[in-house]
Design a protein. Sequence first.
Length: 198
Amino acid sequence: MKLLFVNGCISQRGEESRTLVLARSFLDAWQARHPEAEVETVEPEALLALKPFAPEMLNDRDALAGIRCFDAPVYDLARQFRAADRVVVAAPFWDLTFPAALKVYLEWACTLGITFGYTQAGEQRGLCRAERLIYITSGGDLEQPESLGVLYWKQLCAMFGIPAFSYVFAGGLDLDPAKTEEILTEACEKARRLAEDF
């Protein structure tokens, strides 16, 4: 089994990122149950190094797709995403969604002919192998009932053909410093429970 961890924990706290602490709680619990599994990680530095697609880049990518040259380097991230059996995405709650670097990553991963396609009738169908995706996030503010980050990943799962979506949100971490540790501890415990069936 192969798990892909997309680490979008871009934070001034570095390794002490609260989202990363939450993600590691999940990953440690999951790996304890699946010691044989292969884990591939896309690190924050790799996300930050990606460029948004400019018109000439899009033309080049479309030309490669036109001749079905899907082994080109521009498709590396899409192929990696498609090949995963499980996907874990972690990113802080920024500006109602998540850091821009993660959105740029998705421009590279969302690739017609690799991660999704269309039937002859024009209906979208997912091409990813993953059966489950979990989105892990945290923020200083409280979670909104219709969190855009959560909805975004939920809809991407449908687009990619990933049938099971779950998420953990540790919210309100900056509202009362006296409660921050308690909130994060409870969220980490929830993450560990979700790892049991992931």
